[in-house]
Write a protein that binds this ligand. Structure first.
Ligand code: ADP
Ligand code: MG
Ligand code: MG
Length: 194
């Protein structure tokens, strides 16, 4: 799914960055798939899969997004030593991811980064879990909010990351990292439905 979004993400990064976001993530997630395929036995615990994703992204993705997503998956991994997730574990996983991204990148909502997708996603996940949604419902709520959050980055002025070098010229374009956040959450929803 990341692979099929590569060109869209690259095109967005061409507008307000250096045009490598699609390729960065494509390389990273291909490496994750290769690592998993190379294992004799698939990890039994979700946290172990997330940890493998984290270390692979950190070592294979250059650019800002590698360490950011790497830290996100690493923090997400901490909260899940389970084979299956209940709704509150899904919330904890998403909260961990957002904490990782903000610990690493120090961005707050409104700065036109992936945080503008992750923060509403986490808020929506908390709300869905509190109102009794099952794990799939929690993830779907997070995805819908991330989609709206990514769209809301269009009119924002970038004040973090490479796009901030453009100043006013960053306005009017959707943030690549907020968009890849949507792609990743969409993949998570699809994996749960499968
Ligand atoms: P680079 O800018 O180094 O080429 P990428 O193109 O892979 O890296 O990723 C760019 C994305 O990274 C941006 O669209 C933005 O969402 C995200 N980003 C950059 N800096 C930060 C930060 N400090 N905090 C959160 N996200 C950030
Ligand atoms: Mg880039
Ligand atoms: Mg780059």
């Amino acid at each position: 799914m990341i692979v099929s979004s590569r060109d869209e993400l690259t095109e967005l990064d061409r507008q307000i960055g250096d045009g490598d976001h699609g390729e960065n993530l494509n390389r990273g997630f291909q490496a994750v798939v290769a690592k998993l395929d190379g294992l004799e036995e698939q990890p039994a615990q979700i946290g172990d899969v997330l940890k493998l994703v984290a270390t692979t992204l950190m070592s294979s993705v250059g650019g800002a997004s590698g360490p950011l997503y790497g830290t996100a998956f690493l923090r997400a991994a901490k909260v899940t030593g389970l084979a299956e997730l209940d709704s509150s574990a899904v919330v904890a996983l998403l909260e961990g991811a957002l904490e990782g991204i903000t610990a690493r990148g120090k961005a707050v909502p409104g700065e036109k980064t992936m945080v503008d997708a992750w923060q509403p996603a986490v808020d929506a996940a908390v709300e869905a879990a509190n109102s009794g949604s099952d794990p799939a419902g929690v993830l779907e709520a997070a995805l819908a909010a991330a989609e709206a959050g990514a769209l809301a980055t269009v009119p924002m002025l970038a004040t973090k990351g490479r796009a901030s070098y453009l100043g006013e010229r960053s306005v009017g374009h959707q943030d690549p990292g907020a968009t890849s956040t949507v792609v990743i959450l969409r993949a998570a929803v699809a994996a749960v439905d499968a």
